[in-house]
Ligand binder design. Structure first.
Ligand code: NAP
Length: 205
């Protein structure tokens, strides 16, 4: 990708729902990699998901609400509005075409990154971006397991440890289904949105 003076993060995730772990991750990545901003990209139709997920428009709006108060964060509709499965390689090609002079970083969870070789056109991901794999501290990111498929490309995967990733969307959904509090796990506006729209009530998990 050569030396480019501007670096921007693309925060990929299903965000079902978005929580403080995601927001802290984006801010930590911004600091650690000198990103001028981070664009959150909620997946429209996650290609690998079969379980119940909230409708894309709800996940987009919750992400928008959660990021609104940070002037270095934006939220993109690109995957929400694109028909068909949300392939990361297509999303990165889109952003690269918008601004080829930017050094793009794709940020997502370490568990998702460890599955990257099964993604659609996985190798193309590295034509457009470097990858930041975020995890809670102590997670063993075994990049050597990816070498047979990715070769030298694994050098473009970076590990970022984020203590706030003890928070997880699945735990939040379970709490909501059981009527437990999610206060301090998600921004207040997101909690209000979830309750107003009756998301993640029992039976939706
Ligand atoms: P997932 O498999 O549901 O998540 C795996 C783990 O990573 C979970 O612990 C999850 O925690 C965490 N995580 C997800 N996004 C994160 C983020 N931005 N920052 C920190 N932790 C994160 O993953 P997913 O959210 O569905 O997918 C992750 C990204 O990979 C999405 O952008 C998706 O489109 C992409 N992806 C692409 C392909 C493809 O192109 N074929 C296939 C698979 C995934 P939470 O549940 O708490 O978020």
């Amino acid at each position: 990708m050569g030396a480019k003076s501007r670096a921007i993060g693309l925060m990929g995730g299903t965000f079902n729902p978005i929580h403080y772990g995601h927001l802290v991750t984006a801010e930590a990545a911004r600091d650690a990699f000198g990103l001028e901003r981070v664009i959150f990209v909620p997946a429209g139709q996650p290609p690998h998901k079969t379980g119940m997920i909230a409708p894309a428009e709800h996940r987009y709006l919750m992400t928008f609400l959660a990021t609104a108060s940070n002037d270095r964060f934006d939220t993109s509709r690109v995957e929400i509005d694109r028909p068909g499965p949300s392939y990361t390689s297509e999303t990165l090609a889109h952003f690269h075409a918008l601004d080829p002079d930017v050094h793009w970083y794709f940020i997502t969870g370490a568990d998702a990154v460890m599955e990257i070789v099964q993604w659609h056109a996985a190798r193309e991901v590295f034509e457009y971006a470097e990858v930041i794999a975020a995890s809670r501290p102590g997670y063993a990111l075994r990049l050597s397991a990816l070498v047979p498929d990715l070769g030298e490309r694994v050098k473009h995967i970076h590990h970022l440890e984020v203590p706030a990733l003890a928070i997880s969307s699945s735990d939040i959904r379970r709490r909501l289904a059981r009527g437990l509090s999610i206060r301090y796990l998600v921004p207040e506006a997101v909690e209000h949105y979830i309750r107003k729209n009756g998301l993640y009530t029992s039976g939706s998990e």
